[in-house]
Design a protein around this ligand. Sequence first.
Ligand code: PGA
Length: 268
Amino acid sequence: MPELLSRWRQSELFHCFNLLYMSIIIANWKMKLGLHESHDLADSLRNFKADDKEIVICPSFASLSNVGKILKQGKIKLGAQDCFWESKGAYTGEVSPQELKEAGCEFVILGHSERRKFFNETDEVIHRKVKAALSAGLVPVICVGETFEQRQQGATDYILIKQVAGALEGISADFRQRIIIAYEPVWVIGTGQAIMPEQAELAHEVINQTLIDLFPSQSIRKIFSIIYGGSIDSENIFSFTSLPIIDGVLVGAASLNAKDFIELINNA
Ligand code: PGA
């Protein structure tokens, strides 16, 4: 029985089913919780089940193992907020994708705008991290999005194409892999005011077309999910997740309290 289950999980059909029918909700706890707070929040969520949604929690590196142990007892999956591009070596302060895998992670957020801004992460750096994450068997959640100035200048499409291509060009993708692109307009992150769902829809179309151009021989929807992030809460989530081109959401502030987060998931 376990062998049958594991074969089903590795099959193309399971993969497609997952991508096409399950909305994904990824919580990014950033550096907003201490070890005890992370432990308590994970503990309050451990028994939560959402049959038609895939839920992922990305705590800080320091609380990964502990939160992972708690979540293992339930259905919520574990992710990290970043990783390095090498698997081992003299890289003080870095964490390898292999180590994340060992800690129980299935997902890793890469290229978040806060990393691009505060740690000068370039498309080249993000590209290396995506490659490393994929070869370690992690699902990269690649964040892309324009700043307010770039939107004002009419450069949104250009930025999205540049960041998506920068992260993925030259990477071989097939149905055994899974890659998530998170469209996060930088100017609404953490403001409590999301963009209009129609604006997100347009950006998702640009990303989708970029993926088609980058991988002309692949069936894009079998490999990629495109999700939205930026001030998602329990009130606005459905206006995003109800759009067919939006496969899920990346949530920051509204994932830091068990009651709010559960309400948000139930409303998706
Ligand atoms: P927010 O953060 O939901 O607090 O806007 C989202 C993110 O930065 O991923």
